[in-house]
Design a protein around this ligand. Sequence first.
Ligand SMILES: C[C@](O)(CO)[C@H](O)COP(=O)(O)OP(=O)(O)OC[C@H]1O[C@@H](n2ccc(N)nc2=O)[C@H](O)[C@@H]1O
Ligand SMILES: Nc1ncnc2c1ncn2[C@@H]1O[C@H](COP(=O)(O)OP(=O)(O)OP(=O)(O)O)[C@@H](O)[C@H]1O
Length: 282
Amino acid sequence: MEITEKAPAKINLGLDIIGKRHDGFHELDMIMASVDLADRITIKELDNDKIVIKSNSISVPQNSKNHAYKAAQVIKREFNIKKGVEIFIHKITPVAAGLAGGSSDAAATLRALNTLWNLQLSKEELAELGEEVGSDVPYCVYGGVARVGGRGEIVQPLPNNLSYWVVLVKPEFGVSTPAVFKKVKLDSIKHANIDILEEAVINQNMDIINKNLSNSLEPITINMHPEILKIKEVLSEAGADGVLMSGSGPTVFAIFDKKSRAERAVNSIKGFCKEVYLVRNL
Ligand SMILES: C[C@](O)(CO)[C@H](O)COP(=O)(O)OP(=O)(O)OC[C@H]1O[C@@H](n2ccc(N)nc2=O)[C@H](O)[C@@H]1O
Ligand SMILES: Nc1ncnc2c1ncn2[C@@H]1O[C@H](COP(=O)(O)OP(=O)(O)OP(=O)(O)O)[C@@H](O)[C@H]1O
């Protein structure tokens, strides 16, 4: 049997840092949303007990460091499964981009193995297993729009009735998430208003969402890579309804109500950046 699962990328419509935890992670408060840019994970059972990672991309580790490998390892351990799997990752989402590509691959692997081995685990149970793999994995198990707290393990799905276009601009460099979090200074954080964003999601008010897009990690990553600010400026001038850096960066996303306006912005930004995607929210 062969199972294929989509692994969509996410953007952070809001990311606030509440404080530092005793485990070294940061306590966050976020609004996350899936977009229609997705890797495809295909899983085949093997006769032996091995986990084998294959990919069309040389940018992802094809060994035990892969988030999908770790997800399979957690499930095999927890349910004492002696069978092996080959996991093929058809990579579309850019790597180390702030779009949770690896975490979404892990979540898709959890969903696929739940089906393959007929484990009948709920989303809550899969999300709990995903915590061990990475902070973004529990949200990626759910996808859609959600308010996410803790280090990423508290996921509250929100109504998903919004409809908008997203231009994603990925600069040529990647960003290390730990390196960005290391530079957080708790006394000088620019806080995001997550309550307002949640209310606007519930009321389907895109104007309020666009006006309140905010990410406490953005000034830190911009300080490391000022090119991000330039990309934001070009997208704003091109008529975006809202512009923000996603996660720890460096990808910048711009929101548009109409496809034609988004297409015009894609043309404007192409001179600055080669890697540009026009997608919908999911
Ligand atoms: C920036 C976000 O993408 C927002 O959605 C996530 O918080 C990052 O999630 P992720 O890449 O899955 O993060 P992990 O692989 O769990 O952690 C990478 C590193 O980021 C830092 N980290 C991550 C999450 C968190 N709540 N606090 C942290 O301080 C830690 O230094 C950790 O060692
Ligand atoms: N399946 C995978 N896809 C992409 N990267 C992976 C994968 N597994 C492990 N990695 C490693 O994880 C690191 C981060 O990659 P990823 O694309 O998940 O970053 P990201 O989009 O910034 O994640 P986040 O938004 O969750 O911080 C990379 O350096 C890569 O080597």
